[in-house]
Design a binder for this molecule. Structure first.
Ligand SMILES: [Zn+2]
Length: 322
């Protein structure tokens, strides 16, 4: 049987069902939360998470993949509570979310040590719980794939090879990070079907996207609502064209919705979130925008029910199943 680890234990991959591949219930700055817990409104965050969980469930979603890794405030005990109280299946990760800096502890240890940490979460469990990581997260952004980012990518690759767990790599198309990220994984020997390059949908440069797909990797068209990176109309046009070109088996749709960020509870203070919204940075960004607006629009433009099923049920099953 092919299985997938959730925060409530392993399930048959066939039971994932309708899956959002990239959404954040809880996230934030770990150091601030640990040192000044009074600045975080955990009750409000949890209430908002319950709201989003109920909203996605109403649209038939049965699984949410939650790629919050180290340095983004991973909190698996809280995900377990949310899953138990809502019945939603939640898939957690291991890995490190940084665009550049690493804590001294990891700066001064090598890739293989780091890989061992990831393997621990995949084989033993996360943060003292029984919940195991189903995939490995890493990131490259504006600073590019520098020495520290490369080290994390190589560690992710080695942990993937040791466990069979797939990798999700946050990318920044505007900085052209994707091809180098894929190159590192392939150099390390990871199979392309284990790799997902998240946020590829932040560009409508089809040559760039095709260059990634040519390597056999999955791509995340996963930031619907974040117009600051690419407006919805351009995201939709890109998805329609990629479907026409026959890439459905490598595409994921999601929103990268982040509850604490969207509500001004962590990264940005509320007034900055309001200003960003007023400036059009986000438009309808939520955990249900796909169902309320995007899927109807894509369907009108020719996306079949079968294509949707492939992107939101079959691809998650194939990418995550082990
Ligand atoms: Zn994300």
């Amino acid at each position: 049987m092919t299985t997938v680890e959730t925060v409530a234990g392993p399930i048959d991959a066939d039971d994932l069902g309708l899956t959002l591949i990239h959404e954040h219930f809880f996230s934030g700055d770990e150091a601030v939360a640990a040192q000044w817990p009074h600045v975080r409104d955990h009750e409000r965050e949890y209430a908002l998470a319950l709201e989003s969980a109920a909203a996605v469930t109403q649209h038939g979603v049965t699984t949410v993949v939650e790629p919050t890794a180290m340095l983004l405030g991973r909190d698996v005990p809280r995900l377990q509570r949310l899953s138990a109280e809502t019945g939603l299946q939640i898939v957690a990760c291991t890995g490190i979310y940084t665009y550049d800096a690493l804590p001294q502890f990891l700066l001064n240890r090598d890739e293989d040590f780091m890989a061992g940490l990831f393997v621990h979460d995949i084989e033993q469990g996360i943060q003292g719980t029984e919940a195991k990581a189903a995939f490995i997260k890493c990131a490259a952004d504006e600073p590019g794939v520098n020495e520290r980012i490369e080290k994390i990518h190589r560690a992710a690759a080695r942990a993937s090879l040791r466990t069979g767990a797939p990798i999700m790599a946050h990318s920044r198309p505007a900085s052209g990070t994707g091809p180098r990220q894929v190159e590192i994984f392939l150099e390390e020997g990871v199979a392309p079907e284990k790799i997902q390059i998240a946020h590829t949908g932040d560009t409508d440069d089809l040559d760039y996207i095709e260059s990634l797909l040519a390597q056999g990797v999955y791509i995340g068209l996963d930031r619907y609502g974040l117009d600051i990176f690419l407006p919805t109309a351009q995201r939709n046009a890109t998805v329609v064209e990629l479907l026409d070109r026959g890439h459905v088996e490598r595409m994921f749709l999601s929103q990268d919705f982040d509850i604490p960020i969207a509500n001004g509870l962590d990264w940005y203070p509320p007034e900055v979130i309001e200003a960003l919204e007023a400036a059009g940075a986000a438009n309808g960004w939520s955990m249900t925008l796909l169902f309320e607006q995007i899927i109807p629009e894509l369907t009108e433009r020719g996306m079949s029910a079968e294509a949707l099923q492939t992107m939101m049920v079959e691809n998650p099953r194939r990418w995550l199943g082990r």
